[in-house]
Design a protein around this ligand. Structure first.
Ligand SMILES: [Zn+2]
Ligand SMILES: [Zn+2]
Length: 264
């Protein structure tokens, strides 16, 4: 048995289990919406607790980027309400129409290999990063677009985890459109789409946590090419910088990268 066959065998039992137990549910239009929304709440929850502890827990507070700017409960509730409203009014109807248009959709019998899955996930994230970088620059350079579409997201100069979805309906639909269509356009396996969907939500929450933890991805990623919470917090403080959502290469190439040292 060669390594390529082993690659497939790793995920096949998991895929068989998903098909047998949840085949109907995961193929429904509500699944990607619930996956993204529950991911948003679950990934945010630990940081909601850390924010509520505030200065009482110095172990975490010492890493807060903008000290003395802790979110209030009403700010958090407001963000969750905005996210619920956007998902019900904009996201679900759009996903449902897309699902109708794509019918009939049948799930493949075979799981992807580990290598294919990793390649597809990386490809989707890099493509999304470029798309959002261009969109983001455009919405900061054009005053009308900024005011009508992106300004809502800049209500908070000191981001906190739940503020990652404090978006206008148009911005959330644009981001959701890329998250769903990129894996389809790139011919990815459904498992890749779901993992990308969850990863994008996690990375977006991570961008907004407001803490520069030494163990965070942006401090451990090779060559510091991942922006994470530090870069995006600076974007909320200095909106003409750090436009890319995840990686730093486009901001470095176009001279819009800003580090904490330059901000000091
Ligand atoms: Zn933001
Ligand atoms: Zn912005």
């Amino acid at each position: 048995m060669n390594s390529s066959t082993n690659n497939y065998l790793v995920l096949q039992p998991l895929w068989d289990y998903i098909l047998a137990e949840f085949g109907g549910s995961v193929n429904s239009p509500i699944f990607p919406v619930l996956l993204a929304f529950s991911g948003y709440l679950c990934f945010s929850l630990p940081f909601v607790i850390i924010d509520m502890l505030g200065e009482r827990c110095q172990f975490f507070y010492q890493y807060k980027i903008q000290k003395n700017k802790c979110p209030t409960i009403s700010m958090m509730i407001c963000c969750v309400w905005t996210a619920v409203f956007n998902h019900v009014i904009y996201v679900f109807p759009t996903v449902f129409l897309n699902w109708l248009w794509m019918q009939p959709v049948s799930l493949p019998v075979r799981a992807p290999s580990i290598c294919t899955l990793l390649e597809e996930v990386l490809g989707c994230l890099i493509l999304f990063d470029l798309q959002y970088f261009i969109w983001h620059v455009l919405h900061h350079k054009n005053h009308w677009l900024y005011k009508k579409v992106h300004a809502v997201h800049h209500n908070y100069a000191a981001p906190f985890s739940l503020s990652s979805q404090n978006l206008s309906g148009i911005e959330l639909m644009t981001v959701g459109f890329w998250s769903i269509m990129n894996p389809i356009q790139l011919g990815c396996h459904p498992l890749t789409s779901w993992i990308c969907n969850l990863l994008s939500v996690w990375m977006s929450v991570d961008d907004h946590i407001g803490y520069n933890f030494p163990w965070s991805l942006h401090n451990t990623f090779p060559f510091r090419l991942y922006g994470g919470a530090l870069a995006h917090d600076l974007h909320h403080q200095k909106p003409g910088t750090n436009f890319a959502p995840f990686f730093r290469h486009w901001d470095l190439i176009f001279g819009t990268a800003c580090s904490i040292n330059e901000n000091a």
